[in-house]
Design a protein around this ligand. Structure first.
Ligand SMILES: CCCCCCCCCC/C=C\CC(=O)SCCNC(=O)CCNC(=O)[C@H](O)C(C)(C)COP(=O)(O)OP(=O)(O)OC[C@H]1O[C@@H](n2cnc3c(N)ncnc32)[C@H](O)[C@@H]1OP(=O)(O)O
Length: 303
């Protein structure tokens, strides 16, 4: 059951158990080693599989950080490296970002990275999150999110940072910046990213109420651009990609930069202060206690 959403999310215990049995470092990448659609070899790290298709110039990037694709420090780092690698390959013009875990796109920030650690760790973690957002939000590549599962909080940020979002139509696949439900505040750059997507008023309402939208609502408010039946999400993302890639790169890239640079610069000019804010906020006893209680509830809900 999804604790935050107040919605029931079915136990995927069997699937998850299966996923856990797969060895993260070995089986996954051996399975992938066969290569992408056009003979380009798949590559990746432990938690990010990249399936490149040199013929189309599109790579499918799949998140795999069981059980819920939480944005751990390792996953953040591996995402940045994979993204950088694709950016440096002249062959590639687009990325489909999706999940390799059933029913979950990403559960957002990894709560275990934010609980019971020291300030240096919090600083390192926040810097890694900033780094991923700055790179993903500003990449010259077209990035389309194929959202095939729930994506609360940081998971929603990941999707909002892409150029276009396709969501699978399942009422359990909730999406939104629900930080207030945890008693925390979405950082200004999360807020800015949402404003740039759905506008000021809709963002104010969504953020204050910590709204998690089901697919039809997400489409209506503009958090996603398209809702399609489950199983068609990657195909729909690839179709959308065709439209984006029909535009001359230089014109599209300059336009993207024109639309996003001021937002990214706002973080860049106060990056260190943002890290310090996060560290001092997380270091408060009251915040640590609240996060511990929340994490414990998540862990116990199955019992
Ligand atoms: C003044 C201002 C200054 C600035 C201050 C900044 C403040 C910080 C801002 C932080 C910004 C962003 C916030 C976040 O992104 S926080 C994370 C928010 N996400 C959530 O709360 C999601 C919680 N998870 C769920 O609701 C559900 O897990 C799910 C995603 C809907 C999936 O449900 P499920 O039934 O399939 O799985 P479930 O049984 O719940 O979980 C399985 C195991 O996974 C663990 N887990 C779940 N979510 C997380 C997570 N985010 N991090 C770490 N671990 C997570 C869960 O505990 C289960 O573990 P176990 O198997 O029992 O050991």
């Amino acid at each position: 059951m999804a604790l935050l959403a107040g919605l029931r999310v079915p136990a995927r215990s069997l699937l998850r158990a299966g996923a856990r049995l797969r060895d993260a470092a070995l089986g996954r990448w051996e399975r992938a080693a066969g290569g992408g659609g056009d003979g380009a070899r798949s590559f990746g790290s432990q938690r990010v599989l990249v399936e490149p298709d040199a013929a189309t110039g599109v790579a499918v990037m799949k998140l795999w950080n069981p059980p819920v694709n939480s944005l751990s420090l390792d996953l953040l780092t591996e995402l940045v490296i994979s993204l950088e690698k694709l950016e440096n390959e002249k062959t590639f013009r687009g990325i489909i970002l999706t999940s390799d875990l059933p029913g979950i796109f990403s559960a957002g920030l990894d709560l275990t990275e934010m609980c019971g650690r020291n300030p240096a760790h919090y600083a390192e973690y926040w810097k890694a999150l900033q780094e991923l957002w700055l790179r993903l939000y500003q990449t010259h590549l077209v990035v389309i999110a194929a959202i095939n599962g729930a994506s609360p909080a940081g998971g929603c940020l990941l999707a909002l940072s892409c150029d276009y979002r396709v969501l699978a139509d399942n009422p359990k696949f909730i999406i939104g910046l629900n930080e207030t439900l945890l008693g925390i505040v979405a950082p200004f750059w999360f807020k800015d990213t949402m404003i740039n997507t759905i506008g000021h008023r809709a963002t104010e309402r969504a953020l204050q109420l910590g709204l998690l939208f089901r697919p039809a609502e997400a489409l209506q408010v503009g958090v996603v651009d398209q809702v399609v039946p489950e199983g068609q999400v990657q195909g729909a993302a690839l179709s959308a990609m065709t439209q984006w890639l029909a535009i001359p790169d230089h014109a599209r890239q300059l336009t993207k930069s024109m639309m996003r640079k001021a937002t990214a610069d706002r973080l860049l000019t106060q990056r260190e202060a943002d890290i310090q804010n996060f560290v001092s906020f997380l270091s408060r006893d009251s915040i640590q206690k609240a996060l511990q209680v929340y994490l414990e509830k998540l862990r116990q809900k199955k019992g």
